[in-house]
Design a protein around this ligand. Structure first.
Ligand code: DGY
Length: 336
């Protein structure tokens, strides 16, 4: 069997690259932090059996139309809103993601943001850096308590559950809202299932952990923000477009809510002129939820294993559209 041709859209850890190079002819967009230009991506996909992509690459009808050999797209992320999965399924292209391996790391970062926003850590560091710390004062940089408060988790998947587990250490009441109830999560953490409206009205910390879908786009809009407590903190480590940023700017400026910790943005990357950055009650991060060395390495290896399986006739472990695999097994035949 000829060696499969795969395209990798960014420099990835050696452990993952090594796996691919053993079995495939690999072409690479050899940059550390610059996404491959769209025209080059389309050109490279034209001759590829498989693609290793990041959430910065859009795989849509246009990309698939010019890629007749493509059988497999492996996304190095758990979220895959950058990929038109329905279009891939129609085109007979398997899609896989990297669930599980980033759960705990992303839950840690969610808590880091929550604590930083509640206790004004970034603002406090700026006060020192700018020489504005004059003396200990009674209400100087006073923030919100976390322990004993109410945490509301929107989206109780793997990461949501890991965030709920950590809340026990802070003696918190945990509420959650999800597409379906999770009795095992309730038993393990004492989390209580509530409607979205109840969660927004009752939580001191509202954490967003839903995937981006047509249903969750702007789930947190003006209406939702106005339902929150004026002392509440919003934390988003899921996808930026779940929050209407224009409404959030008003909510933070006008005191409908107290603060926000944001790792993700409606349109990434953002620059220093983004309207949310000027606000003292925002802690802003550049989409680093899963960015520990161990986890990013593991994500790259898992994506490489998915890709390798898909281009060598095995079922990729983390397929998101298994119907394509079933069709292939029933004799639908590979593309190309
Ligand atoms: C994901 O995996 O979806 C994150 O956003 C990046 O870790």
């Amino acid at each position: 069997m000829a060696r499969p041709k795969v395209y990798v859209t960014r420099r990835i850890p050696a452990a993952a690259m090594g796996l691919l190079q053993e079995r495939c002819d690999v072409r690479l967009w050899d940059e550390e932090d610059v996404p491959v230009p769209r025209a080059i991506l389309l050109d490279e996909l034209a001759g590829a059996d498989g693609a290793f992509v990041l959430l910065t690459e859009r795989i849509d009808e246009e990309a698939l139309a010019g890629a007749p050999r493509l059988k497999m797209v492996a996304n190095m992320a758990v979220g895959y809103d950058n990929i038109d999965v329905d279009a891939c399924t129609r085109a007979g292209v398997m899609v896989a993601n990297t669930p599980g391996v980033l759960t705990e790391t992303t839950a840690d970062l969610t808590w880091a943001l929550l604590l930083a926003a509640a206790r004004r850590l970034v603002e406090a560091q700026k006060v020192i850096e700018q020489g504005r710390w004059r003396a200990w004062s009674p209400m100087f940089l006073a923030g919100q308590d976390v322990y004993g408060r109410t945490l509301g988790i929107i989206g109780a998947g793997r990461i949501g559950a890991a965030v709920a587990r950590r809340a026990r250490g802070f003696d918190m009441t945990v509420l959650y809202h999800n597409r379906r109830r999770r009795p095992e999560l309730e038993a393990e953490t004492g989390a209580r299932y509530v409607s979205l409206d109840e969660l927004l009205a009752s939580s001191d910390f509202v954490v967003i952990l839903v995937p981006l879908t047509p249903e969750t786009r702007h789930l947190i809009d003006e209406d939702a923000l106005r339902k929150m407590k004026p002392t509440a903190v919003l934390v988003n480590t899921a996808r930026g477009p779940v929050v209407d940023e224009a409404a959030l700017v008003r909510a933070l400026k006008e005191g409908w809510i107290w603060g926000a910790g944001l790792d993700v943005w409606e349109k990434e990357p953002i620059g220093p002129d983004h309207p949310l950055l000027g606000l003292p009650n925002v802690v802003a991060l550049p989409h680093i939820g899963s960015a520990s060395i161990a986890t990013r390495t593991r994500m790259a290896v898992v994506a490489a294993e998915n890709l390798l399986a898909g281009v060598t006739g095995r079922r990729p472990p983390n397929l998101v559209n298994p119907e394509v695999w079933e069709r292939l097994r029933e004799g639908g035949g590979p593309r190309g």
